[in-house]
Design a protein around this ligand. Structure first.
Ligand code: ZN
Length: 113
C-alpha cells in the first residue's frame, strides 16, 4: 500500500499549503482593516467607498475562515480514512471534483443543494 500512503501524504500537503495561503490572506485582510481605522471621510461619496471596501474585506476574511474550517474537516477525514467519500451518500467523490476542491466532503450530486 505504499502508493496509497504516498497519495495521502500528497493530499495532506496540498490541503496544508492551501490552508497556509488562506491564513496569510486572512491576516493581510486583518492588516488592511486596521489600516482603515482612520476616521471616515466627511464626503458622503468617499465615505460610501470606504465602507464598501471594509465590507468586501470582511467578506474575503470570512470566506477564508470558512474555507480553513472545511480544510480542517478534510484533514480530519483524511486521518480517519474517510477522505474522498461523500459524507451524505457515502459514494466516492469524483477525482475531478477533488482536484478542483480538495476539501470537498460531498459528491457533486449532494454538494449541489
Ligand atoms: Zn453524495
Amino acid at each position: 500500500m505504499a502508493t496509497e500512503a504516498r497519495s495521502v501524504e500528497q493530499i495532506r500537503k496540498r490541503l496544508l499549503t492551501r490552508r497556509l495561503e488562506l491564513q496569510q490572506r486572512g491576516s493581510r485582510v486583518g492588516q488592511d482593516l486596521s489600516r482603515q481605522l482612520d476616521p471616515l471621510s466627511s464626503d458622503a461619496g468617499d465615505r460610501a467607498i470606504q465602507l464598501e471596501n471594509d465590507e468586501s474585506l470582511h467578506a474575503i476574511g470570512e470566506a477564508a475562515v470558512s474555507e480553513i474550517e472545511d480544510i480542517d474537516v478534510a484533514l480530519d477525514r483524511l486521518e480517519r480514512g474517510y477522505y474522498g467519500i461523500c459524507k451524505v451518500c457515502g459514494d466516492e467523490i469524483a477525482p475531478a471534483r477533488l482536484a478542483a476542491v480538495p476539501q470537498a466532503s460531498t459528491c457533486q450530486e449532494c454538494g449541489r443543494s
